[in-house]
Design a protein around this ligand. Sequence first.
Ligand code: NAD
Length: 372
Amino acid sequence: MNSRRRFLQKITASAFAIPFVPAYAKNIARQTNTLAQEGPPLRVAIMGLGSYGTRVAEAMRTCTRAKLVGVISGTPAKIKDWQGKYSIPEKNCYNYENFDKIKDNPDIDAVYIITPNALHRPMAIRVAKAGKHVISEKPMALNAAEGQEMVDACKKAKVKLLIGYRMHLEPKTLEIIHMRKAGDFGKVMFFQGLCGFRIGDPTQWRLNPKLAGGGAMMDIGIYAVNGARYMIGEEPTYVTAQETKTDPEKFKEGVDETILFQFGFPSGAVASCLSTYSMNNLDRFFLNGEKGYAEMQPSTGYGPIKARTNRGEIDYPHVTHQTVQMDEMADIILRGKQPEVPIDGEEGVKDMKIIDAIYLAAKTGKRVDLKL
Ligand code: NAD
């Protein structure tokens, strides 16, 4: 066993006894402690008070640089409930008919769109026209053309557009990216991303192609799509894909159940990924290079993420992804910070172009070339 590995195992056993603070943990602590004093927080209104909206709101309770100040919802009872839980004043509450008036509200900086996928584009365009920064959940839109419309609308309105890519800001993920950049794994040859879960209720919007824009690929496969890109550190030049369906009743036309897809990269590295709505225990990334490897399992769930490399476990303290995300987004929007892995609209469009190509490759059985 090499000495670095022994060292990492030792710190795993007694993380708090040894004064070893990984670079990223230090970074997060420093940002959390200091930036709170550097300016006002990002004041956010959440649109879509469903399951993920609630998770974000709860996580924002411990943000130091972002603050939940408003809501946009079609359900008056939910608005009332959130007003009580998060002390949201009446003047910051909107519904889908009247929220364009948010443009006259100086107390809200950004709107976080956490609705079904099909609403991301039209809502983002309305938010941009109201002069507020836009945060859109993933997938940013139903396809690349829609995503580009969002980018253009935000540019025109001179507001920022960010995508809710929480893993792009996750410390263990970033440490692996650092190690890869430092050459610790040697020449990177291969990435594998396995992303899936068994989806329940057949009546939910995720299985309605009009609202979801697809199936597992739009919802969970997207993590392997951008994971392949940020883990390998290159843009894919081609895609191949194969689709299987075991339950055409539940997964109707336009809703993918399982897709296997492969990417080729300019360096010669390749990726092999699985996206599915019909298997559990699939949350795994594996990166292989000539000198070493990184393995994450779980890799994209809410955590704790588990990550190890050929040098041992990456034993950083767990952070709530959405808390880190919203604090980082505050710095990106208000203070122009450049994140290590981009989370802007252009980045979202690249993922949508790849997903469009995956669907085309699965449909035609042919390799689809990409220029990103
Ligand atoms: P959800 O069904 O729990 O919530 C959706 C909300 O949108 C509900 O409050 C619903 O009332 C509202 N809504 C507004 N217009 C609607 C319409 N026309 N039809 C149906 N609902 C409508 O869904 P969710 O799990 O919160 O997902 C919302 C978005 O968040 C999706 O885009 C999803 O991909 C994304 N998401 C991201 C993550 C992540 O980790 N980044 C995790 C879960 C969900």
